[in-house]
Design a protein around this ligand. Structure first.
Ligand code: HEM
Ligand SMILES: *[C@@H]1O[C@H](CO)[C@@H](O)[C@H](O)[C@H]1NC(C)=O
Length: 336
């Protein structure tokens, strides 16, 4: 009996000790969670940001449209619950990728993001997250397009699963009301001028006819500028475009390759392609900021930089959460 209780006591003691050790282990790791910070990789991979910048530049030289993709990616990844590179995951037998949903229509150049990741892995294997590469490539892509340099923090880790099933709660559709758009962005801390500035990203790139034909057929949306209608009809001659055909209209015919405030002048002239673009000038809440950004590129850049920063810091995985993916299109457990 005595030896039994001694045994019991010993087991109890060692359990207490073990759990203390375990807790210490966890709290040590938790105290290492510094969250996002500037130059997170200074010690662990000092070349990381330079390698990414170089790759973005090289890719931009070969394929200018890669920069559009880096800019669009930060919206599609970060606005959906977390900047965790969930956007980059491929479909698995069990889950649909975000890339394959309707809201992601037209996203491109993912293989070149893999090119950047491979270059970073060659320097420092297993250190730099895909989420940080996604965010930093957006930062450097914005510069390539003539936009502002926006200092952004790093230290994000990669999510393990697709967020496809909640995507539509967070990403507005092309024809969403302004109230809906403002509410979605407000939920992640981006105010009205921030939203108006972010939509200025539609100063570059393209929109496929499938997203536009409802403004042209069966009858033309009277809000559209007649000169622009002519161009749009020329580019989108079929009421039901073949979704596989590469038929599209450039978002900003004036300066299609440059991130500038010409977008706002387009919107004011009835040349905004998407219904959300056009609505920005119709709605009282956003109209004032459209006019102000049309007048001042500085003001546009200032608000754009502020909004991109907030977007880039949306609910990141840090510390011991998530993982550092080995390749950006597959979570580690599937890859290894
Ligand atoms: C109300 C919010 C938004 C809606 C409904 C929306 C919708 C769209 C649609 C339908 C396209 C055309 C895709 C295609 O046909 O290929 C597009 C293109 C694009 N969007 Fe947005 N967008 C929104 C906000 C944003 C934001 C916040 C950014 C970045 C900060 C962004 C960046 C881009 C870029 C760069 C393109 C051109 C992509 C390319 O040419 O590859 N968009 N967007
Ligand atoms: C928006 O457009 C989609 C097609 O892209 C359509 O299914 C949906 O009904 C439209 N929504 C509104 C509010 O008009």
């Amino acid at each position: 009996m005595g030896s039994f209780s001694l045994l019991f006591f010993t087991v109890f003691l060692s359990l207490v000790a073990a759990s203390k050790l375990y807790n210490n282990g966890v709290s040590a790791e938790e105290s290492a969670d510094t969250g996002l910070m500037m130059n997170y990789y200074t010690d662990s991979c000092p070349q990381a940001e330079d390698v990414i910048r170089e790759q973005v530049k090289l890719l931009y030289k070969r394929h200018k449209n890669t920069a559009f993709s880096w800019l669009r990616n930060i919206f599609h990844d970060c606005a959906v619950q977390s900047c965790d590179a969930s956007l980059l995951l491929d479909s698995t037998r069990r889950s649909l990728s975000e890339k394959e949903t309707d809201r992601s229509f037209g996203l491109r150049n993912f293989r070149y993001l893999d090119t950047i990741k491979e270059a970073v892995e060659r320097e420092c294997p297993g250190v730099v997250s895909c989420a940080d590469i996604l965010v930093l490539s957006a930062r450097d892509g914005i510069v390539a397009l003539g936009g502002p340099y926006i200092p952004l923090k790093t230290g994000r880790r990669d999510g393990r699963r697709s967020r496809a099933e909640v995507l539509e709660e967070y990403l507005p559709d092309h024809n969403e009301s302004i109230s809906g758009v403002l509410a979605k962005f407000e939920a992640i801390g981006i105010d009205t001028p921030g939203v108006v500035a972010l939509l200025g990203a539609h100063s570059v790139g393209r929109t496929h006819c499938v997203k536009l034909v409802h403004r042209l057929y069966p009858e033309v949306d009277p809000a559209l500028n007649p000169d622009h209608v002519e161009h749009m009809l020329h580019k989108c001659p079929d009421p039901i475009p073949n979704p596989k055909a590469v038929q599209y209209v450039r978002n900003d015919r004036g300066t299609p390759m440059i991130l500038d405030n010409n977008y706002y002048r387009n919107v004011m002239e009835g040349k905004g392609l998407l219904q959300v673009d056009h609505q920005l000038y119709e709605d009282k809440r956003t109209r004032f900021f459209v006019k102000k950004m049309a007048k001042s590129q500085d003001y546009f850049f200032k608000e754009f930089a502020r909004a991109i920063t907030i977007l880039s810091e949306n609910n990141p995985l840090t510390g011991t959460k998530g993982e550092i993916r080995a390749v950006c299109n597959v979570a580690n457990k599937h890859h290894l």
